[in-house]
Design a protein around this ligand. Sequence first.
Ligand code: GDP
Length: 193
Amino acid sequence: MKVTSADIVISAVKPEQYPNEPIPEFALAGRSNVGKSSFINKMINRKNLARTSSKPGKTQTLNFYIINDMLHFVDVPGYGYAKVSKTERAAWGKMIETYFTNREQLKAALLIVDLRHPPTKDDIMMYDFFKHYDLPVIVVATKADKIPKGKWQKHLKVTRETLDMAKEDETIVFSGETGQGKDEAWGLLKKYM
Ligand code: GDP
């Protein structure tokens, strides 16, 4: 898809703040530092709209982006950061549970993982959480530029097996550096729009 406009709509903490537009929405989740902001920025051709490496401890919000006035990306705060307090962790859980249980516009979740390493326990929990809500999940295995192309398929297989992915869920090899996988990602999203 050719992205002609992309803007942040709102950083929301509660449902009253979610945008009302009945347009397709995609949620993006991943552990802190995995490359989620870089994925969003690459997908929408912007260097810096989604903040990269946002430090934990800041207010945890769901950031809604509108793209071409026709779809939303929802940036879910990163997880798996060891130094987060129990209270913060609980608040994160409550916020995402509220969002994922009640959002009609939501078409699919994009789970961003690191292609170089097997998914973590937190990644597995996140995947299972999405499947609990019967959501289609697209697993984006990023940082592909950091390993040789000849190893991509082998690593992808480990990703699929570790997450115990459902057959119908798709994977994409991605790089926020090179843009590898970007067209494929838009192609998959289009199926849900
Ligand atoms: P986030 O915390 O998940 O939003 O992660 P960021 O997008 O901020 O990325 C964390 C770090 O990884 C930054 O230093 C990025 O420049 C780097 N990074 C993200 N994606 C890629 C990628 O595909 N390839 C490489 N080489 N580095 C990446």
